[in-house]
Design a protein around this ligand. Structure first.
Ligand code: BV8
Ligand code: ZN
Length: 244
């Protein structure tokens, strides 16, 4: 098929969305980039001389909880003044128009909730929630910065960010909700993710295998470009509003 122009790609996707009963969306750090949030693999993917894959692990937290909390306090500080962008708000509008809409996100910034989406599946947790390493109590706390080595008000044990670290299992209920949405989707959009981290990275193919029309929206190519049905190059904050 001759190369489609961007406008042709957009109108094909608009048509598919108009007749879709069930749509799934998977977002990654790219959808929050235009809000000013550093992505993982962009030039700002580095924090001091550390990589997220070195710090976002249970081993790092066990070995040096102060350093890992410094990393998360820095990210909370960066995130606090930032707001969702037109890409997030376009997904809120889309959810209102499509009978069954599931927004699966890898992001822990909570922007999809803030923007107003109802059915959000946070695969990797949420940076504004804390979980007690002792009694497991989960609280929401937006204090920036948190006290040094924050302690549980119930049992006094050390609190951790309520996020999924590398090497940790995702919550089975959360995963189940994501896979169910993929199973029944006629259209899936994979937005702003480099398609590296599993199991999220395979979700586009899961949808494709059961017959969904899968579209990638990204600034650059990923391992799935050319495998999905459409790859729309561009900023999600500019592309997603064009679908409305
Ligand atoms: C699991 C929360 C199973 C924390 C995150 C070896 C050793 C250990 C593990 C593994 C291993 N090999 C593979 C694994 C599995 C591992 C994994 O996938 N590792 C990778 C590095 C290879 N996965 C796991 O460990 C997962 N758990 O598999 O458990 C298991 C089985 C048995 C027993 C135990 C366990 C858990 C993974 C979850 C990790 N937590 N986040 C935190 O954030 O601090 S992952 C984190 O990184 C994010 O959540 C996100 O998922 C990922 C970043 O990826 P992206 O979102 O894609 O962001 P990125 O910067 O990469 O890309 C941005 C994209 O946007 C780019 O494509 C760019 O072009 C585009 N973009 C930029 N601007 C824009 C744009 N697009 C559009 N518009 C723009 N404006
Ligand atoms: Zn506790």
């Amino acid at each position: 098929m001759a190369e489609l122009t961007r406008d042709e790609q957009i109108s094909i996707l608009k048509e598919k969305l108009a007749s879709a009963k069930s749509v799934a969306v998977l977002t990654g750090a790219g959808i929050s980039a235009e809000s000013g949030v550093p992505t993982f693999r962009g030039k700002d993917g580095l924090w001091k001389q550390y990589r997220a894959t070195d710090l976002a692990t249970p081993e790092a937290f066990a070995q040096d909880p102060r350093l890992v909390w410094e990393f998360y306090n820095w990210r909370r500080e960066v995130l606090k003044p930032l707001k969702p962008n037109p890409g997030h708000f376009a997904l809120v509008e889309l959810e209102k128009r499509i009978p069954r809409f599931t927004l699966i996100t890898q992001n822990i910034d909570g922007f999809h909730h803030t923007a107003g989406n109802q059915n959000v599946v946070e695969l990797h947790g949420n940076i504004w929630r804390l979980r007690c390493t002792g009694c497991g109590t989960v609280t929401e706390d937006r204090t920036v910065p948190l006290p040094d080595l924050p302690a549980c008000s119930k049992c006094g044990a050390l609190l951790r960010p309520d996020v999924v670290w590398f090497g940790e299992m995702l919550d089975p209920t959360i995963l189940e909700a994501a896979y169910e949405a993929l199973q029944f989707s006629q259209v899936m959009m994979v937005v702003g993710t480099s398609g590296i981290v599993q199991p999220a990275a395979s979700m586009g193919m899961n949808a494709k295998r059961q017959g969904a029309f899968v579209v990638e929206i990204n600034l650059e190519a990923t391992p799935y470009t050319g495998v999905y049905d459409l790859n729309i190059q561009g900023k999600s904050g500019e592309t997603l509003p064009l679908l409305l």
